[in-house]
Design a binder for this molecule. Structure first.
Ligand code: IMP
Ligand code: MG
Length: 182
């Protein structure tokens, strides 16, 4: 399938497929194995950052072969723009207790790192046993991120990417691949 005859797009053009479905599935499977090996014991809470992480997280947790719990966080930063405003809003806080647990924060893409840095600071105050980041895509320009991304799917090109959870103005989240936007 070429990107622009995908009926999911219906007139909304994308530039090219950056990561196809099969490559993503292979990588997510491997990440799951890496995460399984990294947490031999303790309580693991996989904390998805909504909405962007929902597809990635759903696939990822099915490849983590140990007990775990899932919860979500809601922050907002971009609105309808394609450039980060630098303003991060925490809209929903997880109800689950974080103290004493391994927390794995799951993010769709790390760009400036502002969103994550702010969340890491907040989460660290709750006394987790460990706190790490797993991101599907890493643009590797995250100068504001003190804490490195421990589990990264792919290095991302510096283009605006959509699909597999990532949106532009809420479009494209349901694509099974990641495409760059014209
Ligand atoms: P940061 O705070 O600049 O690292 O931005 C991170 C958030 O911005 C991500 O969780 C995404 O929701 C969004 N974002 C950053 N880059 C892209 C992109 O290329 N496509 C879609 N969303 C993006
Ligand atoms: Mg977003």
């Amino acid at each position: 399938m070429t990107e622009n005859n995908d009926p999911r797009l219906l007139g909304r053009e994308v530039l090219r497929i950056a990561f196809d479905e099969a490559s993503i599935q292979r990588r997510v499977h491997a990440l799951g194995a890496e995460i399984t090996a990294a947490y031999p014991d303790g309580d693991l809470l996989v904390l998805g950052l909504l909405k962007g992480s929902f597809v990635f997280l759903a696939d990822l947790v099915r490849h983590i072969h140990r007990p775990l719990h899932v919860d979500f966080l809601v922050a907002s930063s971009y609105g309808e723009a394609t450039v980060s405003s630098g303003h991060v809003n925490l809209v929903y806080d997880p109800e689950t207790k974080l103290a004493g647990k391994h927390i794995l924060l799951v993010e769709d893409i790390v760009d400036s790192g502002r969103t994550l840095q702010k969340l890491m600071d907040v989460l660290q105050t709750r006394g987790p046993k460990s706190l790490e980041i797993c991101a599907l895509l890493d643009k590797r320009i995250a100068t504001e991120l003190k804490h490195p991304v421990k589990f990264a799917g792919f290095d991302a090109p510096s283009e605006f990417l959509v699909g597999y959870g990532l949106d532009h103005a809420e479009d494209f989240r349901h694509l099974p691949y990641v495409a760059s936007l014209r």
